[in-house]
Design a protein around this ligand. Structure first.
Ligand SMILES: [Fe+2]
Length: 393
């Protein structure tokens, strides 16, 4: 039986190679003074940021640049909001990887709702609801990974609280997600690998989420097939626009899926791991994904040998490998395929980022508080969570 569900998404996804050229026209429709939040280079370096600033100005939209460095923290967002207020910005353009997109998203939300970031943040803040639509904003991703261009949450770090958490509301969705896969052509292989593994992980976790629903399931399964084949190609040959396009599509699907149905234990760990260790989000996701699937399969099997969750892991295995094996073989083949992919892409194990076994207990208890953990298909014991870290270490 198909149960009731909702699907939220952006007003417009403008997808396709060369569509960056349309940014000025879209921007002019939405505002006249923009804050460009970006991590796609520095103003003055002659690259994409300069081209974008020029393009906006030539289209009749004033542009002020805010350079986002690293993953956004509370103080970054507050500084960007202050800059936007000072310039009287009525539009935000976020250009770059997930960090810039999330920073721009938070800025757009804060500009109309007032107050400070922590007033609205989940887990580490007051969790107040946003009540006003965000300032119109356009998301222009340059990497294929987080899917942040279509999600309704912005992940913000707070070093003092040793946690990353979300500002979350439908009111934060951009007006337009402008996805031009050719913008990723210059992205270096290790960034392509990590961000692509994040997308694949999000597709798998949303497909197995305990809130999964038929629309996102259909898309996510397609996304898993795309990513499994295109990611090694995009990493090996960055100028393979076809592979870049397939990864951009996989990433946008992962964003639509996760924002509607949630994720799971991999992302439950990723939030505190990323806040406490210098681990790129995609790397931690990649390393945790195979052991989390093993733990989930074992726990589902212990609950009920015919648990429907097991059939979903078998479908994932078939999508990853392109075979039509029986369920238990397909699950095993899927896990093997992911382990091979992580090795092939040379994603470092977690020990290389300063995590030690003494830190496991702390990470397990922090992960339990993360919002993603609630959507894992099965509740995992502390022992199972610790074993996952051991395997990814
Ligand atoms: Fe992610």
């Amino acid at each position: 039986m198909i149960e009731a569900f909702d699907l939220f998404s952006v007003e417009q996804v403008a997808f396709g190679t060369g569509r960056w050229e349309q940014l000025g026209g879209f921007a002019r429709r939405l505002g006249s003074r923009s804050l460009l939040v970006t991590n796609a280079g520095d103003p003055g370096d002659g690259g994409l940021v300069d081209r974008t600033l020029r393009h906006l100005e030539q289209s009749g939209v004033a542009a002020t640049c805010f350079r986002q460095r690293g993953e956004p923290r509370v103080e970054d967002v507050e500084r960007a909001v202050a800059a936007a207020r000072e310039q009287g910005c009525d539009l935000v353009v976020a250009l770059g990887g997930g960090s810039a997109i999330d920073a721009g998203k938070a800025v757009a939300g804060l500009l109309t709702n007032g107050g400070s970031v922590l007033d609205y943040m989940e887990v580490i803040g007051q969790g107040r609801k946003l009540t006003r639509p965000a300032t119109p904003w356009i998301a222009v991703p340059t990497t294929a990974g987080t899917g942040a261009e279509v999600t309704r949450n912005a992940v913000i770090g707070c070093p003092e609280k040793r946690f990353k958490a979300s500002l979350r509301s439908e009111l934060l969705l951009p007006r337009i997600a402008l996805i031009d896969p050719s913008l990723a052509v210059g992205v270096p292989p290790h960034v392509t690998a990590c961000s692509g593994m994040d997308a694949l992980c999000q597709l798998i976790e949303s497909f197995t989420s305990n809130r999964a629903q038929p629309l996102t399931d259909a898309w996510a399964l397609h996304g898993i097939r795309l990513a499994a084949r295109a990611l090694p190609r995009a990493v090996a040959a960055g100028d393979d626009v076809e592979a870049r396009t397939q990864m951009a599509l996989a990433a946008v699907i992962s964003g639509v899926a996760l924002t509607n149905v949630g994720l799971g234990a991999v992302h439950g760990f990723a939030a505190p791991a990323g806040a406490n260790y210098p681990i790129p989000h995609g790397a931690v996701c990649a390393r945790l994904l195979p052991p989390v699937i093993e733990a989930n399969v074992a726990a589902l099997h212990a609950e009920d040998r015919d648990h429907p969750g097991l059939a979903k892991y078998a479908e994932i295995g078939r999508a990853l490998t392109g075979t039509c094996d029986a369920a238990s073989d397909a699950i095993e083949a899927g896990i093997g395929c992911l382990n091979d992919l992580v090795d092939q892409l040379q994603i470092p194990p977690l020990r290389q980022f300063g995590l030690t076994p003494e830190g496991f207990a702390d990470l397990v208890s922090l992960a339990r508080k993360a919002s993603s953990m609630r959507y894992n298909p099965v509740t995992l014991s502390d022992a199972a969570l610790t074993e996952i870290l051991q395997k990814a270490w």
